[in-house]
Design a protein around this ligand. Structure first.
Ligand SMILES: Nc1ncnc2c1ncn2[C@@H]1O[C@H](COP(=O)(O)OP(=O)(O)OP(=O)(O)O)[C@@H](O)[C@H]1O
Ligand SMILES: [Mg+2]
Length: 608
């Protein structure tokens, strides 16, 4: 097995900058169609923030105009205005969050679709190199990180800065000395939060890596559950999981520890500021009320003191959130980095701009000096040459791992040759539109893959427009109707994920019917190696016959009965064709084929 290189493995535990304008610009592409909601949210935010700034000022007025002089003049009107402001602010906050989230969710919808589309376009070789768990992570966890960005209001971070600046302007206007005293704590706050943030960031890196590891492990375990149980690996697997699981807990705990440390520090500093205001401002208020030291600019009213406490608390709130939003933003940037990494993956089968579109395909297949390796350093096929005339039937035989299935994968361009060329009716298959190519060449794969749905849907897979009557006709020719009759719901019998509820023989018949319905001019068949009873064997054999009828066929044969009926047999050995001829000729030659037949089928089958 050549070593495989994993895409994106390096990126899973890495953190980027919190702000990457290149990435933001690309995210904006998805937000732009929904920007109306963004702007709406931003306007709500501005009005809401203005109301929020107005609140403490109204209370200050209330204290200085009514409470201190003990008069009710204008008390109730002011109180009503205060109520309106508070309620308005709450409503606007909600509207703003809904608006921003509407834009965000719609953008994420588009992004998830783009990711899914991209996955559909990537060549099979990409999936050989990239773990499924990791790819699923792109579409789920990474998109979720972006979702959090909208949910926590990171996008309104600009509004936070506006709010902070406006608060400062108001405070300075109310009393500049008290403002300076209140702000003493801010440098300490910035220093402490930056310090802790670095630790939060480190913990987050560890957590990301652990979670991604856990996803990959889970995915593999769930897909391989039957093997796990068959080989009694449960305890071992739980042990492996426990280790990763413990790692996730430790990483989560570390991140929580630092995050809560951060909010505690902010809270403490905020209370400390209140104490400072009360200490310095309280003294001034008492002096003012006692009439001592009452020059006009050193006087401080109780209302202003209250407003300071209120404003400073409102000031600390976004400051505290800034550090939280910073982390969220950082996660979102890391996630977008990976998401766009997948979207930018430039693996693709080269597709001609102006594909050759032959009117009719007679079905001649030619391999010219074809070489190929899944990893170019380890060739799997070497200099393969053969020619199948229209309507001819050819069988490929050879030991396991000889490269037979690979020949078929190259023929349908799931992979591209690394040397030589493959021709369909004399045209290099790379000059054809792959969609056309796969219509002309029908593949029955070695491992049948069925999708969730019913029997009909699964048969119609390649040609959804085919009528039910045609599906049933094709099925009858393959004697599939007898099988369907046994199902409780007949044609509507549900097929579970991967066809779990069907037997190996049933699945094979279904996959034959799929190709029968698609009616390609060339049939390539990778006979399944699974053992079926002799009755099913006979049914499958007849079905294969029926499928091959009137088509150029290339079949990888594991059953002697298939081999005997073909025009020519190609014997593969370690990626090369070592013998070629009819069954009788090859037996006569007494070479690799004769040995294979003796080994695989035993002498009694040979005589029959
Ligand atoms: N996706 C892949 N990535 C890397 N190597 C692969 C891949 N698929 C197959 N191989 C390797 O290529 C070689 C040929 O595989 P292939 O599937 O063509 O064998 P085969 O002749 O069809 O065998 P069998 O009779 O068991 O089906 C094997 O050594 C196999 O390990
Ligand atoms: Mg194979």
């Amino acid at each position: 097995m050549p070593p495989v290189q994993h895409h994106g493995a390096e990126a899973d535990g890495r953190l980027g900058r919190a702000l990457d304008f290149g990435l933001l610009k690309r995210l904006w592409v998805y937000l732009r169609p929904h920007q109306r909601w963004m702007w709406r949210g931003f306007i709500y935010l501005l009005i809401g923030s203005a109301l929020r700034l107005l609140g403490p000022y109204l209370i200050k007025t209330l204290i200085d105009q009514n409470l201190t002089p003990r008069t009710l003049d204008g008390f109730y009107p002011l109180l009503s205005v205060f109520m309106v402001v508070v309620v308005g602010e709450a409503l606007l906050r909600r509207l703003q969050m809904v608006a921003v989230d509407t834009a965000g969710q719609n953008a994420l919808l588009d992004l998830r679709l783009a990711l899914f589309r991209k996955l559909q376009q990537l060549p099979v070789s990409y999936f050989d190199r990239t773990s499924t768990g990791r790819l699923i992570g792109r579409v789920t966890t990474d998109v979720e990180a972006l979702n959090e960005m909208f949910a926590t209001g990171v996008v309104t971070i600009l509004g936070d800065f506006l709010f902070l600046s406006a608060t400062l302007v108001i405070l300075f206007n109310l009393d500049w000395r008290l403002t300076l005293v209140s702000l003493i704590v801010v440098p300490i706050l910035l220093f402490v939060t930056t310090l802790i943030r670095l630790r939060v960031r480190k913990a987050y890196i560890a957590m990301r890596a652990r979670l991604s590891q856990m996803n990959a492990y889970l995915h593999e375990q769930i897909s391989g559950m039957s093997v796990v149980q068959q080989f009694n690996r449960q305890a071992k697997m739980v042990g492996g999981y426990q280790e990763i699981n413990g790692g996730v807990r430790d990483a989560q705990l570390a991140s929580v520890r630092w995050e809560t440390g951060l909010s505690t520090a902010v809270e403490l500093l905020s209370s400390f500021t209140v104490a400072l205001i009360l200490w310095y401002g309280g003294g001034l208020v008492v002096e003012t009320q006692l009439g001592a030291n009452t020059t006009a600019d050193s006087a401080l009213t109780l209302g202003v003191l209250f407003a300071f406490v209120d404003y400073m608390q409102k000031f600390f709130h976004p400051l505290n959130e800034l550090s939280l939003k910073y982390t969220v933003l950082q996660n979102a940037m890391t996630a977008s980095h990976r998401i766009f990494g997948l979207l930018d993956a430039d693996d693709h089968l080269p597709v001609p701009e102006q594909p050759n579109r032959p009117r009719q395909v007679s079905g001649e297949i030619t391999f010219e000096n074809v070489s190929f390796g899944y990893d170019p350093k380890f060739p799997v096929l070497k200099n393969v040459n053969f020619d199948v005339k229209p309507g001819q039937k050819v069988a490929l035989v050879g030991a396991t791992g000889a490269g037979k299935s690979t020949v078929l994968k190259l023929l349908t361009r799931l992979y591209d040759v690394t040397g030589g060329r493959i021709l369909l009716d004399g045209i290099d298959i790379r000059e054809l539109d792959p969609t056309d190519l796969r219509r002309h060449i029908g593949l029955v794969p070695q491992d049948v893959f069925l999708f969730e749905g019913d029997i009909l849907e699964n048969i119609r897979l390649g040609k959804p427009e085919v009528s039910t009557a045609d599906v049933q006709e094709a099925a009858r020719r393959l004697h599939l109707d007898r099988m369907v009759e046994r199902f409780a719901s007949g044609w509507e019998e549900p097929v579970l994920e991967r066809g779990r509820n069907l037997s190996a023989g049933e699945k094979q018949l279904l996959s034959f019917a799929r190709v029968m319905v698609a009616s390609p001019s060339v049939l390539v068949l990778d006979e399944a190696t699974s053992n079926v009873d002799s009755n099913t064997e006979k049914v499958l054999q007849e079905a294969v016959h029926e499928l091959m009828e009137g088509r150029t066929s290339i079949a990888i044969a594991h059953r002697l009965s298939t081999v005997r009926d073909v025009d020519s047999i190609l014997v593969f050995h370690k990626g090369e064709i070592v013998e070629q001829g009819s069954h009788e000729e090859l037996l006569q030659a007494d070479g690799v084929y004769a040995r294979l037949v003796r080994l695989q089928y035993g002498s009694q089958t040979m005589d029959s």
